[in-house]
Design a protein around this ligand. Sequence first.
Ligand code: PLP
Length: 389
Amino acid sequence: MAAGPYRIPLSRPDIDDEDVQSVIEALRSLRLSLGPKLHEFEEALASFVGAPHAVAVSSGTAALHLSLLASGIGPGDEVLTTPFSFVASTSCIFYVGAQPVFVDIDEKTLNLDPSLLERALTSHTRAILPVHVFGRPCEMNALMNFAQRHQLEVIEDACEAIGSRFLGRSLGTFGRAGAFGFYPNKQMTMGEGGAIVTSDAGLADQCRSLRNHGSRATRDGRSYDRLGYNYRITELQCALGLSQLRRLPELMARRTEVASWYRDLLSDVEEIILPAPPASGVDWSCFAFVVRLGGDSDRPYRGRILQDLRTKGIECSDYFPAIHLLPFVRERLGSKPGDFPACEKVAARCIALPFSSSHTHEEVEQVAAALRASLAELPSCGDLRKRDV
Ligand SMILES: *Cc1c(COP(=O)(O)O)cnc(C)c1O
């Protein structure tokens, strides 16, 4: 990420001396796994999001996997979810042998459109797995009402949304379980890492057992009662997580500022659509800065613009590709182009620009100027000016 051939990286972890010092101390303690830092991190995270329990694991994907397992989702069950996300929110449904059933998105928020849930419902539907894409909260009132009406479990993929709130309540705390991820491009990082938050003590216990080979502490040692995994996280990672969590308000504020620089510098560019500002009652902890090309048929232009920016030393990305069109998903579900038009339209036009709490104003200026130049240099980009959103 930070390393590589690009002058301006897509993302960059924000590590200060305090972070470094915390990891060194953990290393020197010689307690490297299942130690005090794990418990301290879990307590601090639970308190930050306002959840009674947090269970730290080795990745966001592991957190999703265990959330589904511990909620009893398995073979024969259908899980309603979004096709516009990082692939892990769908992979975890396959891990437990359940069937993802996609629901198209709202083009404004890029999140699953709750008004489309009804038509995807079958007698096998057991759960909803909403993703708060780029940190922007899903419409949780409508979603939770629907879930209650149909007695569905809600497992939130809040991996991009640490610090975001919907009507004052932290994302990840609405459903039976919420999953966070702490990969180096997230708002805060543990190098690798993730966590489950829940108000269900039994579910938290089950996740603690499942992350450590299905074991539980007994009077004279450990017993292995069920099939488990090794999803443990090291004390070094938890020390980093604790330090980053202390800095999170500052890191979030910086991200909001970087996003506002982009908005100021790009607001008059006709060819692109900026992310819609957050609705009222929503606190958006921004994970990525993703713009969209306007116009109708722009797949070829998008590829050329990405290429052009990369040639100029600016790392950028096309996320997210539509999950229902990934080869392994098509093979399993028989999904095809045209199934989820809003998702496909958005997925073909997104450009994720370099973004993190440590990107400077100068870098953002360079990116904005390069993007303007790329759009101007490509003659066929004229078509993009027909705005339609
Ligand atoms: C980052 C992320 C995850 C978890 O990713 P890991 O690499 O397993 O930590 C899951 N879902 C979404 C939407 C993500 O962005």
